[in-house]
Design a protein around this ligand. Sequence first.
Ligand SMILES: Cc1cc2nc3c(=O)[nH]c(=O)nc-3n(C[C@H](O)[C@H](O)[C@H](O)COP(=O)(O)O)c2cc1C
Length: 465
Amino acid sequence: MQRVLVINGSPKGNNSNTMQLTNAVLEGIRKADESVNIEQLNVCDMDIKHCVGCMSCWGKTPGKCVINDCMQAVHESFRKADIVILSFPLYFFGMPGAMKVFVDRLMPLMETYRGAVRNIGNDAFHEFRFDTEDKRFVVISSCGYGRTEEIYDSLTKEMNFIFGGGRYYPLYCPQSEMLAIEQLKPQINVYLERYRRIGELLGKGEQISKEDIQAVSEPILPQRAFELLVNNYWNMMTPKKKVYLFGDSLMKAVMPDESGMYHSSDAIGFSDMEEKYHFELSNFAMPTFTTSQILPYMKNIMANKELPDLVLLEGGGNDCDHDWARFASTDGEELINRVSIEQFEENLRTIAEFWKEKGVPCMYVVTPPIDMKQFFRHLQKDEKLSMLKDKFPDVAPMEQEYKDYKAVMYKIIDEYHMKKIDLTNCFDSVDNISSVYSADGMHPNEKGYAMFKEAFEQGFASMEY
Ligand SMILES: Cc1cc2nc3c(=O)[nH]c(=O)nc-3n(C[C@H](O)[C@H](O)[C@H](O)COP(=O)(O)O)c2cc1C
């Protein structure tokens, strides 16, 4: 009658992923040998005292431990077993603590070390005190990582020192949490069948080939599918972060249609990003708003809203823009910014202080320069603004104004140590700036907004809430 000793080192007892694999091996063994005697130890349920390092087991009481606990009987079972199976999850690239306590207490089974030094390679460091020629050792372990290469290197080295490389069968399973997914039953069964087969070979006392061992370590799912599943799982388990966005029409990806009517859109792709980076975006951006409007609007909204985990701020383009109605009514004499640069700075500082006081981190979204020439052509379609081209034959001064407002933005970003999503250079690779702007020269077109996406994604990926 063959004896099998199974040492289960998972704190999850019989619900252990690893034990699913081990049970498949045991099924195989039973199939090959109906009379087999299987003893299973669940180390987490046993009262195993720590090794105290007295080394009596090598000196005063060779082969015997001075601690009188359940391990005395375990040593006996270990000696008698034909097949010893260690079954445990990978914890921090090694065995779990309880299992290590158990293994430390196997010291009495090892030959006394008498000081020799040699090149060990993959050999066992110690010999067992008794003949293990006919014994077979199996190490079954599962891990959450997507593959077993590298991740099992340190454990392999440890097991080689204990048993000797080639003296035990390493059955290491990656993507272990997939074993718990009901919908993957068919794939899991194919996988478990490989473990059953190994069990059968063990039960018959036959050799297990390298190919058989390799097959049990193959990932259950293709890497991409695995990654998606794991990501979705953690997204499901983790509450979504709340992100609030205050800004102007650009953050609503507003574009004019052929008749000049403006519509918001999802051309930046925020919905996809919410899914991918696991946040819930409340987009409070308001078309045409300057910071002088954003500020009271923001305070008003926050009067009865929960604090978010992160605030995205955008704005400034409308502040720097001009009061064109006044320009027209004064026959081109008076041209003032919608919000003066001084007021703009004050507004930004007040906004930054508002969030600082609440302890909510801010990220500033800096938008790229508009297509000024096209913007002017667009404005001049209005007869009342036809004098624009005489007043501003060159758009350079206007472009400089936008740069001055941007400099204020960067100043406040630095002052308040805000992170930023900088879209300024988004269109650098574009030969003709008009190709990424709508007919008004102010709003990017579908293609332009889509070019914001990468910078936003980088920003969201680097978010620390
Ligand atoms: C504390 C802890 C440490 C872990 N360390 C690792 C690790 O280093 N590498 C890995 O791939 N998985 C690691 N995992 C995941 C487990 O190895 C994996 O979920 C395993 O299948 C659990 O097996 P069990 O159900 O038999 O206990 C760790 C899990 C825990 C709880």
